[in-house]
Structure formats: structure tokens, C-alpha cells
Design a protein around this ligand. Structure first.
Ligand SMILES: [Zn+2]
Length: 67
């Protein structure tokens, strides 16, 4: 990560404030956080769960002809 020279808020583009860096204000920090949470939430799952294969094994009951 080498963002030297670029010292602006990634949300609104205003000069960032040291107190809220890399943002210019707490509001922009909140906006970014909301984007993160929202983005992660709506992100489509690209990989199936690890234990997905275990569910693929079906239990087939044997026919009960012994009665
Ligand atoms: Zn900002």
C-alpha cells in the first residue's frame, strides 16, 4: 500500500483529518463502515461450505421384506 501524496477522504474527496484518518470526519468513517457491512452482507457466496459434501450422501433405507 503506497498511497503517498493522496491525502484526501476516500468518501467525499475532502482533505482528510488526522483524527479521523483516512477520512475527513466521523461521518465519512461511518459511511465507509456502512458500505463495508452492506457490501459484505450482499456479497454472493463463491465457495460452498466445507461440510457441503457430507450432506450429499443420502441415507437410503433398505426395503423391509422380512415380515
Ligand atoms: Zn469525507
Amino acid at each position: 500500500m503506497s498511497g503517498a501524496g493522496l491525502k484526501t477522504c476516500p468518501i467525499c474527496g475532502k482533505p482528510r483529518e488526522d483524527k479521523f484518518r483516512p477520512f475527513c470526519s466521523k461521518r465519512c468513517a461511518d459511511v465507509d463502515l456502512a458500505r463495508w457491512l452492506g457490501g459484505t452482507y450482499s456479497l454472493p457466496a463463491t465457495e460452498p461450505p466445507d461440510d457441503f459434501g457430507a450432506e450429499a450422501e443420502f441415507y437410503v433405507p433398505e426395503p423391509d421384506n422380512d415380515r
